[in-house]
Design a protein around this ligand. Structure first.
Ligand code: CA2
Length: 145
């Protein structure tokens, strides 16, 4: 089973600013933890991708067809704006879980609406880096059934 973990704009800056919202760990730390946790499931392979560009994220999702069984995505700010990413997820028809480090429902009004979640099987928000691990667990169980 192959899972693509996709992170959107500015998440490459994790650990450098706004630690009160996003914590102190870097994206590389999170990726290492996901990789470590993935070993507790047999036959699960992970690939990581981060981009600050909407079109690159759309291209990556399109190219995931036939290559990946599932996607874990934190679309970051594109969560609230990107019909293009939502359409790409729908088009490839790959089960996708949306993750947010912060609790987007407890922040500014504009963050409460997720356009991309409309195309996802579920969303985990507010549990920091552990959200990615919970998302992997839920996605693997979903794909096994
Ligand atoms: O809580 C999340 O995971 C978000 O997807 C993070 C996005 C934000 O726009 C979403 O509303 C919620 C922002 C990611 C930016 O991350 C930074 C990390 C360090 C320094 C600056 C930005």
């Amino acid at each position: 089973m192959k899972i693509l973990v996709l992170n959107g704009p500015n998440l490459n800056l994790l650990g450098t600013r706004e630690p009160e919202i996003y914590g102190t760990v870097t994206l590389l730390d999170i990726e290492k933890e996901i990789l470590e946790y993935s070993k507790s499931f047999s036959g699960v392979e992970i690939e990581f991708f981060q981009s600050n560009h909407e079109g690159e994220i759309v291209d990556k999702i399109q190219s995931a067809k036939e290559l990946y069984n599932g996607i874990i995505i934190n679309p970051a700010a594109y969560t609230h704006t990107s019909v293009a990413i939502a359409d790409a997820i729908k088009a490839v028809n790959i089960p996708t879980v949306e993750i947010h480090l912060s609790n987007i429902n407890a922040r500014e009004d504009f963050r409460k609406k997720s356009i991309t979640a409309l195309s996802c099987i579920g969303q985990i928000s507010g549990f920091g880096k552990n959200g990615y691990l919970a998302g992997l667990f839920c996605l693997v169980k979903y794909l096994e059934n």
